[in-house]
Write a protein that binds this ligand. Sequence first.
Ligand code: AHR
Length: 642
Amino acid sequence: MKKTIGLSTIAIFLLGGNLLAQDAKTTVITINANEKVGDISPQFYGLMTEEINYSYDGGLYGELIRNRAFKDNLKEAEHWSLIKVGNSDGQISLDSIEQKGTALDRNLRLDITSIDSKGRIGIANDGFWGIPVWANAKYTASFYAKTSADFKGNLSLAIESNDGKKVFAQAQVINVTGDWKKYTVALNTGKVDTSSNTRFVITTKNKGTVWFSLVSLFPPTYNNRPNGNRKDIMELMAGMKPGFLRFPGGNYLQSNKIETRFDWKKTLGEVSQRQTHDNNSWHYHSSDGMGLMEFMGWCEDLKMQPLLAVFDGLTLNRKAQPITGDSLNIYIQDALDEIEFLTGDAGTKWGAVRAKLGHPKPYYLHYVEIGNEDFLDKRKTTDLRFPPFYKAIKAKYPNLEIIASGHVASKTDIEDMHFYFSFKKALNLAHRYDNYKRTDPVVFVGEYACREGAPTTNMLGALGDALLLTGLERNADIVKMSCFAPMFVNVNPGGMQWKGNLIGYNAVSSYGSPSYYMQKMFAENIGNVSVKSSITNVPIGADTTEQLFYSVTKDSKNGTVYLKVVNVADATLSATIDIKSNNKILTEGEVTILTSEKVSDTNSLVEPKKVVPKTSVAKGLGNHFNYSFKPHSVTVLKMGGK
Ligand code: AHR
């Protein structure tokens, strides 16, 4: 119910014996906790991911060897070098001996022409800006190799300092032969200091030739999943309590050419079966180690739903004509195959393939998105491409919810909208859905970011994002899902293609941006319904913009009311909170505040927790109370009822 206060009005509220005077200038947030606006979807807050900013290779994906299959550059062995100690001599070069039964057709050839008995010679990989070394960790190294007939001897594997003087872990592989074979060994570190000024080496003391292929090194992974993910980054994501994962893109799904799109069938099985591909959306090669089943494993590990995006004939090449008509059929079939691969039982063609690859149980899948950013299709062919996908998928899988990646004239279950904006624009975006036509499609905000700060966003970015999110929560009857993008960035020089990301890392550590913490606060304090609310006498800044934004949700099982308030002013702002509720709101609750002295303040590898929320007991609450909101802050009040 909207409460309007006339200029001369003076309202008096009784609060625990205190009289609260409310004059014409008082800001009042009126909450009717008994009146539901909409159900909050358990998938309201989720994650979006793609291979950008070294998100997987050099990021979440555990592999530590860069250019492991020697396909990053067909002309030179990038990130590999020859190391020679003593009077040893030789050279390395790229070779292309095919290994039958695998997708491996490139290898590194090491020719050793002379050897010094006190020295060594071999190959070194510099990793993704170093090989991370942690104390007491067990690494798994593997590689394929074959030798020339004159090579007799062993290979030594080690993680060592870049100058070769300090060895952190080492192991031996004996009797490497003339036939291609995979070798796997463990490398264990002891009590060592964390470091990334390191390299991975395979050396020998023998003459002859050795060919290497698919050289791999994994640290312990999250849940010890083989071919799995880095622990610290998984833990950061788990902290956000995500409801879903939108994958594999983003531009990474589409690419500039059809041949370099995310082609899920080429990402299955042993990594030796994966061809790798040119990620020309973001200008670096993809190992495809993060394949379709790895995305699903990631969802299983974090107990979130997959939101699968399928290629729909639109590439990033705006000059090319998107695929339409009968030519679309192979991509529609490809999407149907992919859905069958994930959800079909072992009796189906593609379900059988999945079962054979080690996942007999069908995966759970409810959301399928058709393409990415069809709203950018200048040739306006979306209405020719979306309906046949929708029809074919619904015919076979009527229970799936289909998401359009742009506005469509025909029926869709959900529409995905993307917002990248400055803080200034956020002030309007906060109201974007307040007057949305309720007969229009249900909304999924599949990418958003207030792009203030780089490589990760700062406190101003967190405030801007919070403005958008309060607007989404207030309109939870029509907005069902949301996720920030891009999620990851490797902060090393050359790691970033896109500014304004959520989580940053290097080889050994990671951190969340202020917006990460704001989203965590929102997801942890949400309940299951959005309730009726209004605000009067919104404080207005010198630039005539609103200064206070809010949303109210409730847990209908226990009556807890969550009030989120964003104060964008550089001064404390107060408001009266007026709650109509069947339950009496307790005077004591919980308050969580995210703020910082300057809006440019941010988190980084050096200061990972400079801007983090603080939770404490909130006193003086109830059905009517005054509350002061700190300058530049996001506040969540968790108020219990009885
Ligand atoms: O998040 C970065 C990019 O922004 C995504 O790949 C694309 O969908 C959008 O244009």
